[in-house]
Design a protein around this ligand. Sequence first.
Ligand code: KIV
Ligand code: ZN
Length: 528
Amino acid sequence: MKTNKPSENSKERVFIFDTTLRDGEQAPGASLNTEEKMKVAVQLEKLGVDIIEAGFPAASPGDFEAVNHIAKALKKTVIAGLSRAMRKDIDACAKALKPAKRMRIHTFISSSDIHLKHLFRKSREEAIHAVNDAVKYARNFTDDVEFSAQDASRSELDYLCRMIEAAIKSGATTVNVPDTVGYAVPEQYGEMVAYLRNHVPNINKAIISVHCHNDLGLAVSNSMAAIKNGARQVECTINGIGERAGNASLEEIAMILDTRGDIYPYFTKINGREIYKTSRLVSTLTGFMIQPNKAIVGSNAFAHESGIHQDGMLKYRQNYEIMTPESIGVPESRLVLGKHSGRHAFKKRLEDLGYNLSPEAIDSLFAKFKDLSDKKKSVYDEDIEALIEEKVAASEEIYHLVYLHTTAGSTTTPTATVKLMMAGKEIQEAATGDGPVDAVVNAIDRVTGFKGKVENYNLKALTQGRDAQGEVTLTVTTNGDEANGRGVSTDVIEASAKAYLNAVNKLLLKHKTKSAKAAFDIQKGLKL
Ligand code: KIV
Ligand code: ZN
C-alpha cells in the first residue's frame, strides 16, 4: 500500500513519552501490581516508546517498588519517575530509578493562578523559586530532568514563559506544558506552544513536551496541534487511559504520524506492529474494555460491514482502507484450530503468535487446548492467548479452583458449591447469593476467609459465535486496597469465579502474610 510515511532522514523526530503506568494507572479502577506493571513495561519497550514514566515513587511503597523493578529490568528505554517540586519526592525518585541504565526525573508544580492559590497556596514568585530549587536538585542525580508546569493551558502566558525559562536555566532538558484539565482546544493549544517558542529566550536548549487530557475529547487533536507548532515530545497512554476521561491515546498519535506524513512530516521510533498486542495487554491487565469503535484498536476499526463497503474493499482495498490491520499487528488469520488439529499445528500457531515455549509447556497447553476444542468448535487466537494467560496466572495462585457447581433459575435461590485447592488440601464450601455470581463469590469467601467487594464487573465474549468463551474482568477492593482479576471460560459463571479468585490471590500474595507465602510455595510446588 502507498503511504505518506515520512522517511527518517528527511523528517524531525517526535519523542514518545508513555505514561500508561503513571497517569494511566491513576484512572479509577485501573490499578496494577508490580508484576503487571513489569509486563506492560517490557511490552512498551518492544513497542519502541522512548520514555516510560513508570510511576510516582513518593506516592506509595508500591509505586516505589514498581519503578525500582522496572528501572532494574529495562535496558534500552529511558525510565522516568514523577515527583512534586520537593526535595523529598526527588530523593525518592532518584533512589527508585538508581538501577536504571537511562533515567529521567520528572518534577512538576502548577503555573496557573487557580492552582497556585487553591492547591499549592504559593505566590507566583514562591513557585518559581520551588522550580529552580527542584530542577537544580534533580540535576545532582541525572542530566535528564523534565519539568512540567501543571495546568499550563489555563496559565497567564507571560508568567508561564517565565516559569519555563527558569526551569531551563536551572537545568531542565525537557519542558512540559500540560493541558491538565482537558480545557484547551487545538488552535489555542498550538498557539500556546508557538508563543513559548517565540517568547522564552532559552527555549532552544530544551525539548518542548505536551501532555493532554481528554475531557472534551480533544487530547489527540491538541497534541497534534502542538506538534505542528514545535512540540517534539508527546505524553500519552495506551488506549488513552488516564485520569477522568483519560490522556491522549498513544496508538492514535503514532498512526496519525505514520499515515499522514504529508501533513505531519515527523517520525517516531514506534514499531506499529506491536500496537495491537500492547493495547490488548493493557486492556486485559487493567480490566478496561476497549470500545468496539475505538480508533486504531477497537474490534470494529478494520471491519467493513455494509455491502457497498465490502464490495469496494474487494475491488481495491484503498477504496475504504487508509491503513492496514497488519500495520498495527492484528494477526492476519483469525480462525485457527479445532478438535482435529494436532500438536504440530498447535505448536506452529503458538510460534506465529510469538510464543516460543518449552516442549513441556506446549504439552500442557495442548492438553488444555484439546479440552477446550471439545467444548467449542473453532479455537481462535484469542482463545489460545487466554490459555497462555491462564497458565501464567496459575503460577501465581494460592487458591486454585478445582470444581464448581451452581444452581439458579427464576424460582430457585441461587446456590453455589466450590472446591478450591490450597497447599495440597482441597476445601469445599457452599453458599447462596443474590444471583449465581454472588453465590460463587460468597462460597469462595467461605473457603478463603477473605471478604472482598466486587467492582467494575465486565463480561464480554472473547470471540464471535454462540460457543464463544466469556471473559470476565473485575476489581476486588478490601480495606483501601484493590486488585484486578480476569477469568475466561465457556461457562460465564466459571469465568466469574476464576476472575474473582485471580484478584483475591493477588491481594493475598501482595500482603505476603507468612501463611499465604507458605501456601503459595506449596501450591507452586504442586503445579511443577
Ligand atoms: O496532567 C498533568 O498535568 C500531569 C502532570 C503531573 C504532568 O499529569
Ligand atoms: Zn496528566
